[in-house]
Design a protein around this ligand. Structure first.
Ligand code: FE2
Ligand code: FE2
Ligand code: FE2
Length: 181
């Protein structure tokens, strides 16, 4: 049997100026999102909702993988990243406006790795939007989530409640590499 496939993060490439600017903005936003969700997790724990807290930690990990991918495209892993762009807010904004526009620019500039990094994030933000909507309904009804594991692809941040798919539908990484929360 073939070895299980694990994808690699998108690689550094020479970026068009517009794409570089967008990827830096996306990096700042994903980094802030990761920290925000860790803070939310502590609030959920404090309210006696440990499974909601666990979900927030899983999504924080997915956001930090998006930040890692953007850093990789920028050629900045293991280096200092100076002069990052300002942040922005929200899964919906990232899904409806930011990443589709970033992808269009990256494609126009033939920056395939930047396009891949943005595509990974866009697809995972769609997961998060759906999961958060369902979570919000439960918490508003006064209950925690159940204790079903949350699993996150370590490459693209694809986020699922329950078992990992045999292959990540976004990047192809095998189920055994998913991180469990
Ligand atoms: Fe993200
Ligand atoms: Fe997200
Ligand atoms: Fe993936």
């Amino acid at each position: 049997m073939a070895d299980p496939f694990k994808n690699d993060p998108p690689k550094a490439e020479k970026l068009g100026a517009m794409t570089e600017s967008f990827v830096k903005d996306a990096l700042a936003g994903e980094s802030q999102a990761s920290q925000k969700y860790l803070a939310f997790a502590a609030v959920a724990d404090g309210e006696g909702l440990p499974n909601v807290g666990r979900l927030f930690r899983a999504v924080a990990y997915a956001e930090s993988m998006h930040a890692r991918n953007h850093l990789s495209v920028l050629g900045a892993i293991g280096d200092t990243v100076a002069n990052l762009g300002t942040g922005h807010g929200g899964e919906t904004f990232e899904i409806d406006e930011m990443y589709p526009a970033y992808r269009a620019v990256a494609q126009m500039q033939d920056n395939k790795e930047a396009d891949t990094s943005c595509r990974y994030a866009l697809r995972a933000e769609e997961d998060h939007q759906k999961i958060y909507a369902a979570t919000r309904d439960k918490v508003k009804a006064g209950s925690d989530l159940d204790d079903t594991p949350v699993r996150v692809c370590p490459i693209c941040g694809h986020t699922v409640i329950g078992d990992a798919p045999d292959e990540c539908p976004v990047c192809g990484t095998a189920a055994q590499f998913f991180t469990k929360f």
